[in-house]
Ligand binder design. Structure first.
Ligand SMILES: N[C@@H](CCC(=O)N[C@@H](CS)C(=O)NCC(=O)O)C(=O)O
Length: 270
């Protein structure tokens, strides 16, 4: 069932709302502006109204993520799991998190994820692995709000994570790994300066939901293990990180800093 609370009472809007609500997916308590509706643009009815709808899923989606290694009943430090959780949050889809101890994988988990990797989500009674596949399927199945990044922008910043890991693991300060990371961050800084604030411009999209958790790991792990931070000469990277890290969905799904630190320890100790 859907309900629409409309103010001011404007009968002209009711047909539009019926059309709108039938084409909308689960968008709880979201405010829509009549400026989004071309037929009403410029009219005196440019007021907001609230549409409350039921969920397109009959029960919360089951999603397996890494469990915290430091804190009971808390999700852990997997950036790919956070990417999926962010997508669910941004699409306002209800979900039920199953925390998986990756150091002691239960049999039921290995049945649904033979490679033993998280994240895994149940969609249409099938367990799906890999955050690339999962986020693509969520986009197809639940297209509103749209989060797709145009293909030509989808790889922006995609080398930051691997160069961050290279630098984090490096024991030789002169091996070029810091410079490799700086090169990627500089290219990203220049891109966001021209095209930001997000990868796809004004709105957050899938590329940001993938990159955000990786930059969060970069900030915590390099700060802790190398006393390193993004230089002030890259202000657009810094403001991008600040923007993503302060999104409600990010705050809700981020890992504990102590889990991020513990998670990278084996790689650093090598
Ligand atoms: N390409 C995969 C990578 C997933 C992945 O590497 N997950 C890690 C945790 S962040 C994992 O499950 N590793 C298995 C293990 O640690 O045993 C994706 O995007 O989902």
């Amino acid at each position: 069932m859907s309900t629409a609370k409309i103010h001011p009472s404007a009968s002209a809007l009711s047909t539009t709302i019926k059309h709108l609500t039938s084409s909308l997916q689960f968008t709880p308590n979201r405010t829509f502006f009549t400026s989004n509706l071309p037929r009403l643009r410029g009219s005196r009815l440019r007021r907001s109204f609230t549409v409350t709808m039921s969920s397109p899923v009959s029960s919360p989606l089951e999603v397996c993520v890494k469990a915290s290694t430091t804190t009971p009943n808390k999700h852990g430090d997997c950036p790919f799991s956070q990417r999926v959780l962010l997508t669910l949050e941004e699409k306002h889809l209800p979900y039920d998190m199953k925390l998986v101890d990756l150091a002691k994988k239960p049999e039921w988990f290995l049945q649904i994820s033979p490679e033993g990797k998280v994240p895994v989500i149940k969609l249409d009674e099938k367990w799906i692995t890999d955050s690339d596949v999962i986020t693509q399927l969520l986009e197809e199945k639940f297209p509103n709000p749209p989060l797709g990044t145009p293909p030509e922008k989808a790889s922006v910043g995609s080398k930051i994570f691997s160069t961050f890991i290279g630098f984090l693991k490096s024991k030789d300060p002169n091996d070029g790994t810091e410079q490799a990371l700086l090169n990627e961050l500089t290219a990203f800084n220049d891109y966001i300066k021209e095209n930001g604030p997000f990868v796809n411009g004004k709105e957050v999209s899938a590329a940001d939901l993938s990159l955000g958790p990786k930059l969060y790991h970069l900030e915590i792990a390099l700060g802790h293990y190398k006393n390193w931070s993004v230089p002030d000469s890259l202000p657009y990277v810094k403001s991008y990180m600040k923007t993503i890290f302060s999104m409600d969905s990010f705050i809700k799904t981020r890992a504990l800093p102590e889990d991020v630190i513990e998670g990278w320890r084996p790689k650093v100790m090598g």
